[in-house]
Design a protein around this ligand. Sequence first.
Ligand code: RAT
Ligand code: ZN
Length: 425
Amino acid sequence: MLTEPALLPSLAPQDLPSAVEEELAALPFIDVHTHLFMPSLGGLGLWGIDELLTYHYLEAELFRSNPIAPDRYWKLSKREQADLIWKTLFVENAPVSEATRGVAAVLKAFGLPTDASDLRDARAFFTAQDPEQHIRRVFELAGISEAVMTNDPLDPQEAPLWERGANPDPQFHAVLRLDRILNKWQEHWSVLQSKGYSVDADATGNSVAEVRRFLTSWSARMKPVYMAVSLPDTFQFPDDGVRARLLAEAVVPACRELGIPLSLMIGVRYQVNPALRLAGDAVGKADLRALERLAVGYPDNRFLVSVLSRENQHELCVYARKFRNLMPFGCWWFLNNPSIVEEITRERLEMLGVSFIPQHSDARVLEQVIYKWRNTRRTLGPILTRAYQLLTEDGRRVTRAEVRSDVTRLFRSNFERFAGLRSRS
Ligand code: RAT
Ligand code: ZN
């Protein structure tokens, strides 16, 4: 039996909501997956009102409420696109969707009008910001201490910046993204070849060893906290394709040697409507037996896993109960809506306790972290409170220290430990 002093001072049921809310507000979170960039890669980073409005989540919504043909839309300048989205989704309609509401929340956070007929004030505000100071302020407002980037060594814009030696920044962590190598080998093997790696179109001969050499060399340059790939709903492992071979023989051993996890984001149906470009991807239910084979086949590797289909979420929890080398993270993309986040997070808490990472922002535009993390705190507060209320009703009160420790695990230390962050220099 637990002794009374260990439980004291326990929280009375009526104090639970505010205790949870305060702990969530006080902790600086780690944003474990974004598309943001540290200042030394600054040219790549998106920020400001025009980028916020032309986020691909909003572009998808534009085409539902405005008759403009995608072809015509893509010919407009960024400014004209932003004006059109503002007029359609914010002036002619109330911005009630998750992605539109987010823009309103960002404007409000900076004291800008949320119901203006045009973007003059917002543009003037963002243009006046010093980029580096602005990043620090946005992180403060979002309640995050660090953001994990997505860094593509085969991106023609990004790679040269790293090759010249990009200055690291303590608020940003790098991630070696593998989509071009694992999903688009046919289009990219010759790029590796042009960089001095002896690879071929069918990934035969030395190719696998050379890909591993490439990953090792880029890891030395980027110091990634993990490697990552997004995968289709049709992903199978093992199979006799190039992807599975490169995964098994180059990526997995490289991650193991470096002591870093591999992040698998599974369930995208790429370009079901190519006319929408980035907004043209959809979702499909995946066969998570592929994940099972990775987890069981490589017990010394660690896998961060996010699945895009709502239908796969329960299975992912079951697999996480079987394999401690799987870490479920985030409610990704089409799942990042309060109703779905709530369902998934409750399921995870019920099945995994606090041994998972509830959310990442996936921000592509700097200021999005403000609304995305605000929404996460708002959704998570009642869910955690409810879990503690049920526990209290069942006779076990919780202490403030326990709430703090749970919140810390969920939004910081599960990631730090799983990625081995603390053991790095
Ligand atoms: O959520 C998104 O913005 C998607 O377009 C993807 O970028 C996804 O997050 C990914 O990293 O592949
Ligand atoms: Zn992403």
